[in-house]
Design a protein around this ligand. Structure first.
Ligand code: S3P
Length: 164
């Protein structure tokens, strides 16, 4: 079974995905990384030079065409579930897990790596909290389509057992 980890930036999709994959000897993939390899440049560069629409197109193509084994964990970028029917496609092709976090938890985590993230690179902390609250509301209907929802505060190495 392919496990798709979805949720907002800073919810720990890559962090937990790697830990769970290591512990259970499963291959791990990061959708952003797949796009970066294909494009030979960073997500930041793609956004800056070609814009978000271009990135979203590449993201939905990468999701549908990536060469991944039947059993694996795939961390998806924060917006991946919210465009081009991607969440429906994920639900048809694997198990979707939404890592749910409050705006304040997300703010703390995003602040640590803000420079790498094109959508928030240029905003200050107060603007960022507002941005998170707004975007989270917009994205909620998509995230909520996930088959499993987990609170990030409760996650541990053992959580993966609950998922499977
Ligand atoms: C995005 C999240 C990022 C990356 C891109 C856009 C988003 O992934 O795909 O910067 O729209 O929320 P992470 O959630 O891994 O930071």
């Amino acid at each position: 079974m392919k496990i798709f980890l979805i949720g907002f930036m800073g919810s720990g999709k890559t962090h937990w995905g790697k830990i769970w994959a290591d512990k259970h000897e499963l291959p791990f993939f990061d959708l952003d990384e797949i796009i970066e390899k294909k494009e030979h440049r960073s997500v930041l560069d793609i956004f800056e030079k070609n814009g978000e629409d271009y990135f979203r197109f590449q993201e939905s193509v990468a999701l549908r065409t990536m060469d991944t084994p039947d059993n694996c964990i795939i961390a998806c970028g924060g917006g991946a579930a919210c465009y081009a029917d991607n969440i429906d496609w994920m639900n048809e092709h694997g198990l979707t897990v939404y890592l749910h976090a409050s705006p304040n938890v997300l703010l703390d985590n995003i602040m640590k790596e803000k420079e790498k993230r094109p959508l928030v690179k240029h905003v200050n902390e107060a603007e960022l909290l507002f941005f998170i609250q707004q975007k989270l509301e917009d994205r909620k209907p998509y995230y909520e389509k996930a088959k499993i929802r987990m609170r990030v505060e409760d996650l541990s190495e053992e959580s993966f057992k609950k998922i499977v």
